[in-house]
Design a binder for this molecule. Sequence first.
Ligand code: DLL
Length: 433
Amino acid sequence: MIWNAVRESESPAKRRDRQLAELKDLAARLYNRVEFYKTRFDEAGVKPTDIVTLEDISKIPFTTKDDLRDTYPYGLLAADHDDIVEIHTSSGTTGTPVVDAYTRNDMDVWSEVMARCLMMAGAEKGDVVQNGYGYGMFTGGLGVHYGAHAIGCNTIPIGGGNTERQLQLMRDFGSTILTCTPSYSLYMAEVAKDMGIDMESLSIKSGIFGAEPWSENMRREIEEKMHLKAYDIYGLTEIIGPGVSCECGEQNGLHVNEDHFYPEIIDPETGKVLPEGEKGELVFTTLTKTGTPILRYRTRDITWLERGECACGRNLVKMHRLLGRTDDMMIIRGVNVFPSQIEHILMDIEETQPHYQIVIDRVETYLDDVELRVEVEPQFFSDETKELERISRKIAEAMKNKLGLNLHIKLVEPKSIERSMGKAKRVIDKRTL
Ligand code: DLL
């Protein structure tokens, strides 16, 4: 089913007309109400009236995460304080949070786009949505909650953690949809096994997983262990939270709710807009928000866009699952590597588990030393050093062949890498500690 067929399948020309009208309105609104944007436009010698076609969006300066931090807490507010009804923040590595302040209008937009996403992933009225994303300042919990309510699903607001209880509730209430981070779903599968719960006997049909990178191979692993169809959902606090895009039943790209969030792909080095289909940094403009709308926000997330009619009936542009982030790209001895590439290779090796950590250090020499810690499947974890050496060599060779890199492989016992109830920490960079 499609939540809003008029919008999700509307003619591209009509959609572009509306996007342009909204972009013009937004640019004028922000120029007149937000000092930050007025200064940026003036510095670039651009006026809101210079936006005549959608392509003219490239005249507008980018907004970056640093801009959001520098204007904390209310510097980008475009509405009256009295009209703000909810606030979410996300804290990054530097500690200063970025703020999303929502008006009533923005809450409606959020519910709408989340209802669309949940429905893309198979949710309907009558479904029981077990929401394992954290509630609170993190947008995952409440975002899913509002979308599930809009559809009229029975919503179980358990949040992250309490894994045994999650599984009991899943069984007792017959939950049909699970929402949480992909890494947490795998941990749930482990706990279910320990508790003697057969996932096949439960009613979960879809899992809607996001908030952290995961790979195609990890999807297969989750689908197999959790007995569900696993969908990728994407979003970020600065734009609205979850609900920016989600996979449909085709599972080959995430439909972007582009009538609300206008996407562009740029070359992260030059800032030039790239033609459709080329890989680059994803940039969003929130066309319809009124609290803290944002112009050309550089997400640092890397992907590409693809247009066309989808077999699901929607024609919203698709973004490929994220390839990585400009800021978690590791440059190891001159080779660009993303953690997701390492994960993808690991998942093809039957002796290992999808639990791993990458530790980067700089020892003695000026060369970065990368240790890949990988859990071994229990049946392969033996005291026999010969067997463990064989597995280590196999992983090292796969990394060398596919990435061109020599990594130090450290096999660790099953369940020894810390499990996360939210976003998993895959990379430990000791160079900055
Ligand atoms: O993670 C919002 C969210 C909640 C998305 C629940 C999906 C489900 P932030 O904490 O602000 O917001 O983190 C946003 O997380 O820029 C990506 O780098 C990463 N991310 C989000 N979804 C995905 C995904 C939420 N499906 C940042 N795949 C984004 C890979 C993702 N990375």
